[in-house]
Design a protein around this ligand. Structure first.
Ligand code: AMP
Length: 395
């Protein structure tokens, strides 16, 4: 089977054409600057193809057309016709309380995704643009929605309820949802395949956006993001957990609207804010810190400290810990950050092997042989999960 996986943002669209059984990626790429001018970067690994094309993309429909054109292109493409594409899987960020699993897209599903826009106003409208463009251009192909929130629907109420008046939950569904669910689910499945069932697992998805999940026997028990991806550990540009009175103070004293304050907390905060606006990228922060930049040192220190605190909290929530996993950009590549996070977790039975921690590569154990907790680096693969769900539902 060949599944086209689409991750649509407001002005960008990522795609992968892949085999859901083997995980082979035939082609992948990115449309950028949709609605501005338009640029397509396309790779076909088996053909050693990497091209960047300037293509006008006034809307997502032109972006999807450009993707399909290059997939069937005799030189850069990987299929002879779009008939070879069996189905399309879409990443959808917010599924609210309506979706505990992926869904074959029909009018009722689309209505439910639209109904989640108030809960995911920053992401769902863009995801819908991708779906609607594909429906228009590929009307005969099954389309599937895979939700970032769905995996977390197994959390118990004590983990997902906020201690605010009941009516905001009953009427408005305000609660913790959690995100990166497709990544956390992939890691939970990999850990089960590698180590078996019934394990207490904490997965640290640490990338530009970061979240942790406490998982027992493959099922999510708690996660650090909430109603939106803003809370939890500090991130590239998001503030993470914070007394919300800070938001009130900034609004009042700097004469800012709620939306302006939310933009500051989402786009100007996190390690970017702590570094004095230097960078949200951990590689930049590490090199500046190595040259003595105190703000960058604090940003890195704060990040590792908050992740470590969540690991402690989730070990308590799970009543112990068998497996700790690092994944996503920082989790997979940031050896210094991993070491900083694990420093002081020996009391939980976490003992890193410093040499193994430095190794690069695929799935690997980085804990010492006598570590009570097995620590893994496992590259995440959200696209594979989306492709597998899509293949299953499209059958
Ligand atoms: P993601 O959102 O999962 O793509 O992760 C992106 C982030 O990973 C970047 O912003 C960097 O902060 C981080 N990253 C990527 N490579 C490295 C590396 N070699 N060392 C430390 N951090 C890295």
């Amino acid at each position: 089977m060949k599944i086209l996986v689409i991750n649509a943002g407001s002005s960008s669209l990522k795609y992968q054409l892949m085999d859901p059984d083997t995980g082979d990626v035939f082609a992948k790429g990115l449309c950028e600057r949709i609605g501005i001018d338009g640029r397509l970067t396309h790779k076909a690994p088996a053909k050693d193809v990497k091209v960047t094309l300037e293509i006008p993309m006034p809307t997502h429909a032109e972006a999807i057309t450009a993707v399909l054109d290059i997939l069937v292109d005799p030189v850069n493409g990987v299929v002879s016709s779009v008939d070879e594409i069996d189905a399309v899987g879409h990443r959808v960020v917010h599924g609210g309380m309506k979706f505990a699993e992926s869904c074959l897209i029909d009018e009722a599903c689309l209505e439910a995704v639209r109904a989640c826009i108030p809960l995911g106003p920053l992401h769902n409208p863009a995801n819908l643009l991708g779906i609607e463009a594909c429906q228009k251009i590929l009307p005969d192909k099954p389309q599937v929605a895979v939700f970032d929130t769905a995996y977390h629907m197994t959390m118990p109420p004590k983990a997902y309820r906020y201690a605010i008046p009941d009516e905001y939950y009953e009427k408005d569904s305000l609660r913790r949802y959690g995100f990166h669910g497709t990544s956390h689910r992939y890691i939970a499945k990999r850990v089960e395949a590698l180590m078996g069932k019934g394990l207490k697992l904490i997965n640290c998805h640490l990338g530009n956006g970061s979240s942790l999940a406490a998982i027992y026997d493959g099922k999510c028990q708690d996660t650090s993001m909430g109603l939106s991806p803003l809370c939890g550990v500090p991130m590239g540009t998001r503030c993470g957990d914070m007394d919300i009175t800070v938001a009130q103070f900034i609004a009042k004293n700097y004469n800012k609207s709620i939306d302006e304050v939310m933009t500051i907390l989402n786009k100007k905060s996190g390690v970017f804010g702590l570094s004095g606006g230097l960078s949200s990228d951990f590689r930049d922060l590490e090199s500046a810190a190595n040259e003595g930049n105190e703000k960058c040192k604090l940003a890195l220190d704060k990040f590792a400290y908050e992740v470590r605190k969540y690991i402690g909290a989730y070990a308590a929530a799970l009543g112990g810990l068998d497996v700790l996993v690092f994944t996503a950009g920082i989790g997979e590549n940031g050896a210094t950050t991993r070491a900083a996070i694990c420093e002081g977790l020996e009391f939980l039975g976490v003992k890193l092997d410093p040499e193994k921690n430095k190794l690069r590569g695929d799935e690997r154990i980085i804990s010492a042989p006598d570590s009570k907790v097995t620590v893994w680096v496992i590259p995440t693969n959200e696209e594979l999960m989306i492709a597998q769900d899509t293949a299953e539902l499209a059958k």
